[in-house]
Design a binder for this molecule. Structure first.
Ligand SMILES: *Cc1c(COP(=O)(O)O)cnc(C)c1O
Length: 406
């Protein structure tokens, strides 16, 4: 019989693990990058393919409400991020959604020219901002400061403050309520990327008064590789902004086939083209497991798992240096350690079934997904890490060759 950590005995989320397909012998600490497969997804996809597509054919847009799937999926996500129904839509990729909401935000502050972000942001957000700035050709400036310097950099020149709430490398969390307030006090618009927040930590978009948000469907939401992302627009802005990608799905009457664009009212105006029904069905089904879950319970367990992980690593693996904030309040649901040979150590870990990932130059990243991880998994994972470091079994050529995806 395998041992059981005492904290697992009182775990209110314990039964949720049964909802996921986790390969034998794997301890998965990468749900922050690609969530595991929920068991209900394969049957749901098979059903959508065989029954809905195969039998209902084009009628399924109406009979199986395919046309409303972006909004229905958005409503499932809304509950997890403190948003009202009708304010979130699942569509496109996070990168594309950044483009759309940033453009919308800038249109609300036409007299201002600064987009403020930080150098802890995920690069795609900065790349998109830079591309949009060039395309608009109106003299916008993308100002990128240290995460700690954002608050003081919010001046009356700033049109939009565009931040990722949880740093993808270290897990450091920005104070969304505070920074949104500071942005508003300066007359700026606040945009939040929730890629590492949604499904990982409690988020209160309405409470914070956030203007726009985007996030990822394939990380903590388990929607599958390349799952549709999501996008939030605060109710007060919904009918004031338009998408820069004025496609027919955002039109007031797509099936009138008018030659002129007229945006529909509400969040759907931020959608562009025909939704990817197979991928959306996967995400919609994956979200079912969250339906009866309280994000406060997820947070409690996430802190407990990550605190245990840090304590175990620091006790057993003194070679590694904590790269994440030590205060759990300042961290999302991931912990990173620095080690010069971190890439090779991570490959050796993966070879033994402990899956995390690596971010250049030296960050070993471990994500904690309370729905399918136990405290015992954490203890077992660190024991394998200790063994790899102590025996230097990572020091093999095959662990040092960088793959295309790290
Ligand atoms: C993962 C991630 C993305 C990914 O964007 P895609 O368009 O889905 O590739 C964007 N922003 C942040 C902050 C992320 O962590």
């Amino acid at each position: 019989m395998t041992s059981q950590h005492p904290s697992d005995l009182t775990d209110v989320l314990k039964s949720k693990k049964d909802a996921f397909s986790i390969p034998d012998g794997v301890i998965y600490l990468d749900g922050n990058s690609l969530g595991v497969l929920p068991k209900n997804v394969p049957d749901r996809i098979a059903d959508v393919v065989r029954e809905e597509w195969g039998t209902s054919l084009i009628r399924a847009w109406n009979t199986h409400s395919w046309i409303d799937l972006p909004a229905r999926t958005g409503d499932r996500i809304a509950r997890l991020i403190g948003a009202e129904k009708g304010t979130v839509v699942a569509c496109d990729s996070t990168s594309v959604n950044v483009f759309k909401v940033l453009s919308a935000a800038l249109s609300l502050r036409p007299e201002r020219k600064v987009i403020l972000s930080d150098n802890g942001n995920f690069p795609t957000d900065l790349y998109v901002a830079s591309g949009l700035k060039q395309l608009l050709d109106k003299g916008h400036q993308l100002k990128v400061v240290d995460p700690e310097a954002v608050r003081d950099a919010i001046t009356e020149e700033v049109a939009a403050v565009m931040l990722t709430q949880v740093d993808y490398r270290t897990g450091r969390v920005h104070d969304m309520a505070d920074l949104t307030q500071v942005a508003h006090d300066a007359g700026a618009i606040a945009i939040w990327d929730l890629a590492h927040s949604a499904g990982a930590i409690p988020v209160d978009l309405s409470g914070a008064g956030a203007d726009f948000a985007v996030g990822c469907g394939y990380k903590y939401l388990n929607g599958g590789p390349g799952a549709p992302a999501f996008l939030y627009v605060a109710p007060e802005h919904q009918d004031k902004v338009t998408s820069p990608l004025t496609g027919w799905m955002g039109h007031e009457a797509p099936f009138a086939f008018d030659l002129d664009y007229r945006p529909v009212t509400g969040i759907s105006r931020m959608t562009v083209g025909t939704p990817a029904i197979l991928a959306l069905s996967s995400l919609h089904a994956a979200l079912e497991v969250f339906e009866d879950v309280d994000m406060a319970d997820i947070r409690r367990k996430s802190v407990s798992l990550s605190e245990l992980f840090i304590a175990e690593v620091e006790a057993k693996c003194p070679q590694l240096e904590l790269a994440s904030p030590r205060d759990p309040e300042a961290r999302g649901s991931q912990v990173s350690f620095r080690f010069a040979e971190g890439y090779a150590v991570m490959q050796a870990l993966i070879d033994r079934g402990v899956i995390g990932d690596f971010r250049a130059p030296d960050v070993m990243r471990f994500g904690f997904t309370p729905l399918y991880l136990s405290h015992q998994d954490i203890v077992d994972a660190v024991e394998i890490l200790r063994d790899i470091l102590e025996t230097e079994s990572w020091n093999r050529p095959e662990f040092k060759t960088r793959a295309k995806v790290t």
